[in-house]
Design a protein around this ligand. Structure first.
Ligand SMILES: Nc1ncnc2c1ncn2[C@@H]1O[C@H](COP(=O)(O)OP(=O)(O)OP(=O)(O)O)[C@@H](O)[C@H]1O
Length: 295
């Protein structure tokens, strides 16, 4: 497969803040990557490093096999939709679309107008006067209608209502089916975005802690529920992500559970419940980090 993004030891420090630390990543052509992580994890910085909007302290980023920094060949094939894009005072929605049409070779103006209609964006209004959700929608439209070979969405829907978010997800899925391209999307709405994602990259304190196929990841963890002593026996020596106990009943979320382990849990009388991507990411990046259970 062709790598659209390759980084090697990519690092960005601000004084003693390790915003992005030693990130080595390969993003394959034609996939949708979810870039997940807590506030301040380094997602925006990573996307800015990739698009040459930030300088790396060390390491290297290559897009389409070339360095992205001040490289018009690479940037012409890439669209970054920023979370907090600012626009000059007099710029109206349709001006943004016009400017985008000059920047992106595969821009589809009719599609952009249809999306604006579906997302209820008043294109004649000054962007500064739009609501937060409407401004986000303008960014989402640019990202979709650009049809850039590589589209990077940094929290594309901050402020979008639930209906608008669903319009965005549906549009992205439908458009990717017709015009396959590579998408990296940072988001906090993990379960909501989960059906879109082929691969998940989780970043925590600047470092990649998970880089896996979304489907494989969903199948790796399970929550077992049952009598405390049975749960204790089952989780002994396993990678326990979370544990709760009420009276004599325990539940434990355990990583890396294979078919045989599931069968053993069922045989021990435990109930098994699936773990969502969001629960898994929270467990991997939360205060109670994954650890081998000492019991
Ligand atoms: N210009 C800067 N100067 C100093 N520190 C910075 C700068 N830019 C980012 N940081 C710090 O780097 C870390 C990563 O920030 P970044 O914006 O990349 O996180 P994020 O994962 O996008 O967070 P969020 O989900 O809250 O948007 C944070 O601790 C942030 O405070």
């Amino acid at each position: 497969m062709t790598a659209i993004i390759e980084t090697e030891g990519l690092t960005r420090r601000y004084g003693d803040v390790h915003a992005v630390e030693d990130v080595t990543l390969r993003v394959e052509e034609g996939s949708v990557y979810g870039l997940l992580g807590r506030n301040g994890a380094g997602k925006t910085t990573l996307l800015q490093l990739l698009t040459g909007q930030e300088f790396a302290t060390s390491g290297e980023a290559r897009l389409f096999g070339e360095r992205s920094l001040e490289n018009p060949r690479v940037l012409g094939r890439t669209c970054l939709v920023k979370e907090s894009q600012s626009y000059p005072d007099n710029v109206r929605g349709h001006h943004v679309l016009r400017a985008a049409s000059w920047s992106y070779a595969h821009w589809d103006q009719d599609y952009a107008i249809r999306l604006a209609d579906d997302l209820r964006v008043p294109l004649g209004r000054r962007v500064k006067k739009m609501s937060r959700g409407q401004r986000s929608a303008v960014g989402a439209i640019v990202g979709l209608a650009s049809r850039a070979e590589l589209t990077l969405f940094d929290e594309p829907y901050a402020g979008l209502d639930a209906v608008a978010r669903q319009v965005f997800y549906d549009a992205l899925l439908a458009d990717l089916a017709e015009h396959p391209r590579t998408v990296v999307m940072s988001t906090h709405l993990i379960d909501e975005a989960s059906p879109l994602l082929d691969r998940v990259v989780v970043i925590d304190e600047g470092r990649i802690v998970i880089d896996a196929e979304a489907d494989a990841l969903r199948g790796t963890a399970v929550t077992v529920v049952g009598r405390a002593q049975d749960v204790d026996a089952f989780v002994s020596g396993r990678d326990v992500l979370r544990r709760d106990r009420i009276g004599g009943i325990s539940s434990a979320t355990v990583a890396d559970v294979d078919h045989a382990a599931r069968a053993a849990a069922t045989a021990a009388g435990l109930e098994l419940a699936p773990v969502s991507l969001q629960e898994l990411v929270v467990a991997r990046t939360g205060g109670a980090r994954g650890r081998k259970d000492p019991s």
